[in-house]
Design a binder for this molecule. Structure first.
Ligand code: UT7
Length: 316
């Protein structure tokens, strides 16, 4: 950050994105050794084909962030803050972000955001606040090692979760060519116990209730963000949603009117990677040339808490 002449940004631009997956893969067929299930059932009921396991949350985050920084063409001295969304931190205390900043050679603030699968979108909105206060460049990372809190003998949860990380370098855009034009964050703590883990425990879930609440949250947060932007679904070029089960998206899209053709999906090869899913999907979208300057991209998170968050971004 330039302390002499702080810029007053009026917009926000994503200038580099990266992702990381640990090499070890757990296929649906592998799971049939530890639970009564089948590849056909998991694919049909969730859309998941495999998930990655292993690694550490800080290690995957560092790998994804290093790629994002290289693609952005920035060095350690250019980053003003690290915001790391995770629901599976390396330690209960301290947060994981300081270790990531250390391993990247950064000299800046670093903290975790704990908002489960909505965490990366929460982090993006927090980053926007810091940019408005004069910072120039922020790493917003989502990283998870959910295999440490998943019971792979429980067919209610073990089929869903996997590890991964995605990172974005977010930069102030004084000209506001790029910006978040609408956003929404929300939570309903009445639903804490439909998806949770105790200290040293594993994820416990009422799958049917999570499914129902997720669909409601997606519809509600999309409406609020579009209303703030003064836009309709026809203005949205691409949707990058959190993904836990493809049927959740199909049910929500039926209500909202989005099409799967305009939706980025990585669920089949990653499973549910909580806070890492959306930045990893963004990386996939950029790799596939799915985003052009001026497009409106909707980031859509929902998950344990219940929490939800969405942000509509005009791409620079
Ligand atoms: O980020 C948020 C994280 N979590 C979620 O979004 C989870 C949301 N919920 C879900 O994705 C779904 O509820 C599950 C995938 C967890 C379960 O799917 P479902 O369609 O709700 O299945 P169900 O619990 O209604 O079970 C249907 C049948 C049952 O058999 P019967 O009673 O009809 O004979 C289950 O015993 O399927 C059986 N079943 C399975 N069979 C094979 C349940 N899980 C499995 C399984 N393999 N893994």
């Amino acid at each position: 950050m330039n302390a002499q002449a702080p810029i007053i940004p009026t917009g926000l631009r994503i200038i580099g994105v990266g992702s990381a997956l640990p090499p070890k893969i757990l296929t649906n067929d592998d799971l049939t050794a530890t639970m009564d299930t089948s590849d056909a059932w998991i694919r049909e009921r969730t859309g998941i084909g495999q998930r990655h396991i292993g690694g550490t949350t800080s290690g995957l985050a560092t790998e994804a962030a290093a790629i994002a920084m290289e693609r952005a063409g920035v060095g350690p001295g250019d980053i003003d803050l690290v915001i790391l969304a995770t629901t599976s931190p390396d330690y209960i205390c301290p947060g994981t972000a300081p270790a990531v900043a250390r391993d990247l050679g950064l000299d800046c603030g670093a903290f975790d955001v704990s908002a489960a699968c909505s965490g990366w979108v929460y982090g993006l909105t927090v980053a926007r606040g810091y940019l408005l206060q004069g910072m120039e460049r922020i790493l917003v990372i989502g990283s998870e090692t959910l295999d440490r809190i998943t019971d792979y003998t429980d067919r209610g949860t073990g089929i869903l979760f996997g590890n991964g990380a995605g990172a974005a370098v977010v930069q102030a855009d004084p000209g506001a060519t790029a910006d978040i034009v609408g956003w929404d964050t929300g939570a309903d703590g009445n639903y804490v116990h439909i998806l949770y883990s105790e200290h040293d425990g594993v994820l416990q879930m009422d799958g049917k209730e999570v499914f129902r609440q997720a669909v409601k949250a997606i519809v509600r947060t999309t409406e609020r963000t579009l209303a703030m932007a003064g836009m309709t679904i026809d203005d949205v070029d691409l949707v990058i949603p959190h993904q836990a089960n493809v049927r959740i998206l199909e049910a929500a899209w039926k209500k909202i009117g989005f099409s799967m053709d305009d939706t980025i999906q990585i669920l089949e090869r990653t499973g549910n990677t909580s806070g890492a899913t959306i930045p990893m999907c963004l990386d996939q979208a950029l790799d596939d040339d799915r985003i052009a300057a001026g497009d409106h991209v909707l980031f859509l998170g929902f998950g344990a808490g219940m929490t939800w968050a969405s942000a509509l971004m005009r791409w620079g």
